[in-house]
Design a protein around this ligand. Structure first.
Ligand SMILES: Nc1ncnc2c1ncn2[C@@H]1O[C@H](COP(=O)(O)OP(=O)(O)OP(=O)(O)O)[C@@H](O)[C@H]1O
Ligand SMILES: [Mg+2]
Length: 368
């Protein structure tokens, strides 16, 4: 144990049906020790169901769940080395903070002195020192979240399962608690699965992200894999804004690794990155993120991958200006950061803009 090659948790072809509705359609994934993996996807895609299956709260229709080498699919929740924090926290309102955190230890008949020491440690871990004697009803939502986290860590589970743990908190506290959970998770090195439908939360907290849609894994990868090289249009659109530009691959240069794509608005030269599966003649969608496009005035000298357009609209947001550009019959959104030191364009201005060579291309297939 301890190396990243032995997965802490392996899901093997997990299926789940409720009646005749297939909710999970063959989920396979593995999670390394100490990793934070996030399940993300639209409402109803099966995130909670998959988490509950791992925790033992929902039965599996078929497949395997292997925790540290052992298939646990048939075990009840209390026989598994997993701990789940529910969205509602499920704390005991009539007990104080200490008793909530120590509850599982007491059930295990740990001597009171050891419980007290462990609870002190956990209170410090979640920054709740001095609040141990407060009743649950008399602490804030963020503090309740901390207590729920501490309680679930008390028994030192091998895997921590968090289902939308931040959804009851207001926007500012969400960010604070998100960073705090990540910090604690890294410090104690606990393997964690985090569920959210918020893609920004997923991007900022995770080692890897598993994107689920309609009970099927769309992609598993690091936040930058998911954002920069999405495997299909669903993922590209799910994380952040994206401009899709249709094109056709005209040629590949084996030596330089450059491929030329013709679009309605001009030809582009792109670096071949993850597009190994694409071939000359393929129709593609180029995934153009708003912040990767650079704007120039109309009299700027021509550069590679430069196209022409007209400013339709601009929105100043302090750290950036969001421009809507008209290019042929379509609109392209461009984010220009650091407006203070940039040329400011106005509605109606004709402009030039460059598309970076690193733009990701997706095959325009029926499945997209
Ligand atoms: N006990 C159940 N009986 C029948 N159908 C269920 C049950 N639990 C979940 N479902 C269905 O399974 C699908 C997936 O539900 P699940 O709760 O896993 O989604 P989710 O991704 O967690 O969504 P959300 O983001 O809204 O929490 C939904 O269509 C839901 O209605
Ligand atoms: Mg859910």
């Amino acid at each position: 144990m301890g190396d990243n090659e032995t997965p802490m948790l392996e899901l093997v072809d997990v299926h789940k049906s409720f009646g005749d509705v297939d909710v999970l359609k063959g989920i396979s994934a593995s999670i390394s020790k100490g990793e934070l993996l996030t399940f993300v996807g639209p409402s109803g895609c099966g995130k909670t169901t998959l988490l509950r299956i791992i925790g033992g709260f929902t039965s599996i229709t078929s497949g395997k769940i292997i925790l540290d080498g052992e298939d646990i699919a048939a075990l009840p929740p209390n026989m598994r080395d997993t701990k789940m924090v529910f969205q509602s926290y499920a704390l005991f309102p009539h007990m104080n903070v200490r008793k909530n955190i120590g509850f599982g230890l007491k059930l295990q008949k740990m001597p009171q002195k050891k419980i007290d020491d462990r609870v002190d440690e956990l209170l410090a871990l979640v920054h709740m020192e001095g609040l141990g004697d407060r009743r649950i009803e008399r602490i804030s939502g963020g503090q309740q979240q901390r207590v729920a986290l501490a309680r679930s860590l008390a028994l030192e589970p091998k895997v921590l399962l968090l289902d939308e743990p931040l959804s009851n908190l207001d926007a500012n506290l969400r960010v604070v608690m998100r960073d705090e959970i990540r910090n604690i998770q890294e410090r104690i090195g606990i393997t964690t699965i985090f569920v959210t439908h918020d893609q920004y939360e997923a991007m900022s907290i995770s080692d890897r992200i598993l994107v689920l849609h309609d009970g099927v894994i769309q992609q598993i990868g690091s936040p930058s894999d998911i954002y920069e090289t999405p495997e299909n249009m669903f993922i590209a659109e799910f994380v952040g804004y994206v401009n899709f530009l249709e094109g056709k691959i005209e040629s590949f240069d084996q030596d330089s690794g450059v491929f030329r794509v013709s679009t309605e608005y001009g030809d582009l030269s792109l670096n071949r990155g993850n597009e190994q599966n694409l071939e000359k003649g393929d129709d593609v969608f180029l995934v153009i993120r708003p912040e990767t496009v650079t704007l120039f005035p109309s009299d700027a000298e021509d550069l590679p991958n430069m196209l022409t357009g007209k400013i339709r609209h601009s929105m100043y947001a302090g750290n950036l200006v969001k421009y809507t550009i008209r290019c042929g019959d379509r609109e392209i959104l461009i984010d220009q950061y650091n407006p203070k030191d940039s040329i400011k364009f106005r509605s109606g201005d004709t402009i030039k803009f460059t598309i970076p060579r690193t733009v990701h291309a997706l095959p325009k297939k029926a499945e997209n």
